[in-house]
Design a protein around this ligand. Sequence first.
Ligand code: ATP
Ligand code: MG
Length: 326
Amino acid sequence: MAKKRILSGMRPTGKLHLGHYVGALENWVKLQNEYDNFHLIADYHVLTTNLNTDDIYQNSIEMAIDWLASGINPEKSPIFRQSQVKQHTELNLIFSMLITASRLERNPAVKDQVRDLKIENIAFGHLGYPVLMAADILLYKGNVVPVGDDQIPHVEIAREMARKFNNQYGFVFDEPETLLTKFSRLMGLDGDAKMSKSLGNSILLSDEPEIVKSKLKKAVTDTQKVRKGDPGRPEICSIFSYQQRFNEGETVEIEAGCRSGALGCFDCKMKCASKISSFLEPILEKRNYYENRLDEVKNVLNEGEKTARATAESTMTEVRTKMKLG
Ligand code: ATP
Ligand code: MG
């Protein structure tokens, strides 16, 4: 039996952070033997938050480096830019006729984006973001979509698009399923519920140990725990959530120390910084390798784009045939 497909992507808005890794990328790496993986650099999707395209190419390369450094094997998992596979825009157009504007207006992810980024005028393309994302997934017949939990409403729309298309024109698409990790929403350094580049509360996969330390020093913990001796509440603390992921062996002890007051925030932060840096060490090393071999990275994209185009065209041939547009 053919392997099931994974499709997942990210917007190239700069270097990746730990939230991207533990929320999604970790599952991509883990599952690349079991599934056929496709990984999309969603450069068109960047336009929803920035119309200036000057940095998109450079950011796409940076993101490809982060993916490769995190363990994505391009032989198993093609990496490609959305803008280089024209079939995305074709399927997007067809899908855009199969969903109502009011359904898209109810999408909670658009409401969050408008609030977080203080967007004053919602563009047609903002509402259409999940339609393009549905095309991204279904063009590769993605069965499984490993993403952070903010993407759940978008994958739900992709499922609806698959059903709508199949009902209208005949079966082409399986309904894709979301796959979450245990850390599907990593908290930010400022205590915000989500680590996010745009909120400036993130630890990058490319941060050197000194930077990790200085970022953690400034991180917000339980504001009621002012000094060592005061009891703290690990359940609301972002540092404790990082300990749970990067220092699993010591969490019981840390939790007890925080609650009793015996463990101060500074010591807790320094323990955590050291564990995060040990985790990042091999990634930094591999990043360094690829930064010095940019031709290799560009070649990975070229090859990935060829594979992606062939797969996308084969799906579009089925779509056009079902629609009698062939
Ligand atoms: P940022 O806000 O930092 O720019 P983003 O959410 O806009 O990040 P996307 O390209 O939209 O970045 O998301 C890439 C993937 O990473 C998605 O699957 C998203 O759910 C996941 N992700 C991003 N931030 C986090 C986080 N803090 N915790 C878990 N997953 C996350
Ligand atoms: Mg996002």
